[in-house]
Design a protein around this ligand. Structure first.
Ligand code: SAH
Length: 461
């Protein structure tokens, strides 16, 4: 359906073809050009390029176009190695050389601070990248379906119900790929029915493969619509035979019509319930549903940057807000006097406590609650924080938490963010009492448009 054309938009219409000069990259990795001052997003186009595009969407504030032809090509353009690069859509920067990706992520962060924090020259460092930006993901969570009578596994295309088969996803660790391949083969060989969402019939819904980078242990989880799996014994034997690194086979049952992957019941079919993983000198036992960072190599760099920004001397009380399973707090604990974590989800807090125990760290405690409620409450009770680390979801900090920080006034705030826009907006408010010392972008997900930042703010005297 065509969009209604506003009077201000008479100069652009759907189907119109135009030549555009691409100025920058947007937050989803699209090229950004301007046509008569209107912003036009062109996925696949790169900064510095002149392209021919056809308009596919016209809105009040922007238009979007399909890339027809690159007229002047960027030197940073490369051929994406992935065969399903276009249909999958997960790695929307694969056509950009890796060093240029790192530069463009820094640029995105700079622009965000210019736009939302009014800082013309924000102190943004060069993006910390990976030496080998491939095979970095420790977990594959692939939906199962069928195509021309063949079992396939992959991801749904963004905004559609089309399952894109991922046979050799280059950002996955090879152990996860081997596990998905083996699971597919065995399920097919034994004739175990796959789940059909429309008919609500069948058994296997999702294959989840996870590898511990530090120990090589692997865990395979099959998410099923039914409690019973036919030929379960043979399934286990075949999987073990094909995958010597396997230490844990788990079944999770999800009978619901839902887009949620996991159901409520989890059962160990064979082996241990967990795999053993390490980050630096910390050890973790990961159960099938436990949250763990997806790129362990970069996570260590991220936490080291947090430690550097926190500037600990051993006497500080540190708050780890939005602490998840407590990994940042545990990372900092050896250099602090006390660490207190706050997290909304009780199961994550239980994991955090178990992780503290597992690593014999008694100076860290973890508390269920809302950061914006618990931190001011503690402050009233005289529990004052020297350093506060925040690592909120993409939506950023609650306004109430920003107010609480401005009242409680810790000496240092270390803000870990996966969204430069909400980060810059939140920092803008904290500038009322804080000085922005440094912004360190870090590439947690090479070839995708995501960028993490570690920001240090110090209290103004
Ligand atoms: N710091 C963790 C990851 C944090 S992800 C790590 O490094 O692994 C963000 C976390 O914030 C989620 O676990 C989410 O449950 C939690 N959360 C969201 N809103 C919150 C709130 N208002 N108070 C406390 N925790 C919150």
């Amino acid at each position: 359906m065509k969009q209604p054309v506003k009077p201000s938009d008479v100069s652009i219409r759907i189907g119109q073809q135009m030549t555009l000069t691409i100025r920058s990259l947007g937050i989803n990795g699209e090229g950004i050009g301007y046509f008569k001052k209107k912003i036009v997003f062109v996925p696949g186009a790169l900064p510095g390029e002149v392209v021919h595009a056809e308009i596919t969407e016209v809105k009040d504030k922007y238009a979007a176009g399909r890339l027809l032809r690159v007229i002047e090509r960027s030197q940073a353009r490369t051929t994406p190695p992935c065969p399903v690069y276009e249909s999958c859509g997960g790695c929307s920067l694969q056509h950009l050389d890796y060093q240029a990706q790192l530069l463009s992520k820094k640029e995105l962060v700079v622009q965000s601070f210019q736009k939302y924090a009014g800082l013309q020259q924000p102190p943004v460092a060069d993006t910390i990248g990976m030496d080998n930006p491939w095979g970095y993901r420790n977990k594959a969570q692939f939906q199962v379906g069928s195509k021309e009578g063949r079992l396939i596994a992959g991801l749904y295309q963004a905004g559609s119900h089309e399952l894109v088969e991922l046979q050799d996803c280059q950002i996955q660790h090879e152990a996860t790929t081997a596990m998905v391949d083996a699971a597919k083969e065995v399920i097919e060989k034994l004739g175990i029915p796959i789940y059909d969402e429309r008919k609500r019939k069948g058994i296997i819904r999702t294959i989840v493969a996870r590898v511990a980078f530090a120990t090589g242990e692997t865990q395979l989880t099959l998410i099923t619509a039914t409690t019973e799996i036919p030929r379960e014994k043979e399934l286990i034997l075949e999987l073990r035979y094909r995958l010597p690194s396997l230490v844990s086979i788990v079944q999770n049952v999800n009978p619901q019509k839902t887009s949620l992957i996991f159901g409520d019941t989890t059962k160990v079919l064979w082996g241990k319930p967990t795999i053993a993983e390490k980050l630096g000198s910390l050890s973790f036992d990961l159960s099938a549903r436990a949250f763990f960072q997806l790129n362990p190599e970069q996570t260590v760099k991220l936490y080291d940057q947090v430690k550097k920004a926190a500037g600990l001397t051993g006497t500080e009380r540190v708050l780890d807000l939005y602490c998840g399973t407590g990994t940042i707090g545990l990372w900092l604990a050896p250099d602090a006097k006390e660490v207190r974590g706050i997290e909304l989800i009780p199961e994550a807090v239980e994991d955090a406590r178990r992780n503290a125990e597992r690593n014999q760290i008694s100076s860290a405690s973890f508390h269920v609650g809302r950061a914006e409620v618990l931190m001011p409450k503690w402050a009233k009770e005289g529990i004052q924080a020297d350093v506060v680390v925040v690592d909120p979801p993409r939506t950023g900090l609650e306004p109430a938490l920003i107010n609480a920080l401005l009242q409680v006034k810790p000496q240092r705030i270390v803000y870990v963010s996966c969204n430069p826009s909400t980060l810059a907006k939140d920092v803008n408010r904290l500038l009322a009492s804080y000085e922005l010392q440094s912004v360190q972008p870090l590439d947690m997900f090479p070839h995708t448009p995501h960028v993490e930042c570690i920001v240090l703010l110090t209290l103004r005297v």
